[in-house]
Write a protein that binds this ligand. Structure first.
Ligand code: SF4
Ligand code: MG
Length: 334
C-alpha cells in the first residue's frame, strides 16, 4: 500500500504538577491514499492526543518525546510552526466533536468558509463566495446563499457539523482527521453525517483518520481499525478482522459492549474497572488489571505484537504458543 501518512514509535507526554503523564506510548500506524483508518478506544486512551500530535495542536503542557510523523516526505513532528501552517487546514484538516468549538460564533458561515479559501488558495472575494456556495451544496445544506449570511447559532447541530465538514473540505485536503465527528449529534443526524462523509470521501479520494469510541461508527466508515488502550495500540486489523476475528481481550470487551439493534443503551455491558494511571504505567500489559484471562507474565512483561495476517496484529500474551487456549466469549444475542 502506498502510504500517505506514516506514524512511527510516537511518544507524547504531558508534564503536570503530578509529574509526567505518558499519554501516547510507542504508537505506529500508516494511512494509505483514500483509506479510512479508525482509531478506537475509551476516553483517555490517547487517540485524540495522537491526532492532535499529527496536527501539531497539542496543549502547551504536552510534548512529542519521540517518534516520527511522516507526511509526503515531510517530518511533521519537527516541522517549524510556520511550515506547519501551510499544511494544517490545507493538506490535513480536522473535524472536531462539537461544531460550536470549531466555528467562530461571531462570524457568518460565509465569512468563515471564504477566509479559508482566500488564505490557503489565494482566491479573490467573488471566486471564494462562489466556491462557498458550491461547498454548502456539496455537504447537503439547502439554500446555501441564505445560509452563508447566517451565524452558527442560527443553524441546527447537524447543519453546523455540515458547515465544519465544508470548511474541512474547502482546500481539498489529502487527509481529514475526524475526532468523534458525530458524538454530539442525535442518532438520525449521526447517520446522515456519516453517510455524507462516506460519499464525499469516495468522490474526493480523501484519506480519513476517524477517532471514535463507537464501534458502530467504525463498521459504517472504516476499512482498517487500530484499537488503543492506555496510550498503546493493542490490536490493529481490517474491519472484518477486528469484528469477526478479534484477538485481544480488550477488543472482545469493546465488541461485547456494543449496542445491539433494538437494545437500550442502559443494558450495555461496560468493561469493569478503569484504565491504568499513565503517570505510573504498569510494566506489563496495560490491560492486566481488567482482563479476565490474566497470567503471571502479563504483570511482568509487555506483550509484543503477534502477526495474524499481513494486516492483523495484536499485543497479548494469550497468543504466545505456551499460553492456555482461550475462546473469545460471545456476547448475548450474537
Ligand atoms: Fe489479558 Fe494478559 Fe492478554 Fe494483557 S496480555 S490482554 S492481561 S491475557
Ligand atoms: Mg477525545
Amino acid at each position: 500500500m502506498n502510504s500517505l501518512l506514516e506514524v512511527k514509535d510516537l511518544q507524547v507526554s504531558f508534564y503536570t504538577y503530578a509529574g509526567e503523564v505518558q499519554a501516547v506510548r510507542d504508537v505506529s500506524f500508516s494511512l494509505g491514499k483514500g483509506e479510512t483508518l479508525a482509531i478506537v478506544g475509551e476516553s483517555g486512551s490517547g487517540k485524540s492526543v495522537t491526532s492532535k500530535s499529527i496536527m501539531r495542536l497539542l496543549a502547551k503542557s504536552a510534548k512529542i518525546k519521540n517518534g516520527s510523523i511522516r507526511f509526503e516526505g515531510k517530518e511533521l513532528a519537527s516541522l517549524p510552526e510556520k511550515q506547519m501552517q501551510g499544511i494544517r487546514g490545507k493538506e490535513i484538516s480536522m473535524i472536531f466533536q462539537d461544531p460550536m468549538t470549531s466555528l467562530n460564533p461571531t462570524m457568518t458561515i460565509g465569512r468563515q468558509i471564504t477566509e479559508v479559501l482566500r488564505k490557503h488558495r489565494n482566491m479573490g472575494r467573488d471566486e471564494a463566495a462562489k466556491r462557498a456556495v458550491e461547498l454548502l451544496n456539496q455537504v447537503g445544506i439547502p439554500n446555501p446563499e441564505k445560509r452563508l449570511k447566517q451565524y452558527p447559532h442560527q443553524l441546527s447541530g447537524g447543519m453546523r457539523q455540515r458547515v465544519v465538514i465544508a470548511i474541512a473540505l474547502a482546500c481539498n485536503p489529502k487527509v481529514i482527521i475526524a475526532d468523534e465527528p458525530t458524538t454530539a449529534l442525535d442518532v438520525t443526524i449521526q447517520a446522515q453525517i456519516l453517510e455524507l462523509m462516506n460519499r464525499l470521501q469516495q468522490q474526493m479520494e480523501t484519506s480519513i483518520i476517524l477517532i471514535t469510541h463507537d464501534l458502530g461508527v467504525v463498521a459504517h466508515m472504516a476499512s482498517r481499525v487500530a484499537v488503543m488502550y492506555a496510550g498503546k495500540i493493542v490490536e490493529t486489523g481490517t474491519v472484518d478482522e477486528i469484528f469477526y476475528e478479534p484477538k485481544h481481550p480488550y477488543t472482545w470487551g469493546l465488541l461485547a459492549s456494543m449496542p445491539k439493534l433494538h437494545e437500550k443503551s442502559e443494558e450495555l455491558l461496560a468493561i469493569p474497572g478503569t484504565p491504568p494511571d499513565l503517570s505510573d504505567p504498569p510494566k506489563g500489559c496495560p490491560f492486566a488489571a481488567r482482563c479476565p484471562y490474566t497470567m503471571e507474565i502479563c504483570y511482568e512483561q509487555m506483550p509484543s505484537y503477534t502477526e495474524h495476517s499481513g494486516t492483523h496484529q495484536a499485543a497479548c500474551w494469550l497468543q504466545d504458543s505456551r499460553a492456555p487456549k482461550v475462546e473469545r466469549p460471545l456476547a448475548g444475542g450474537e
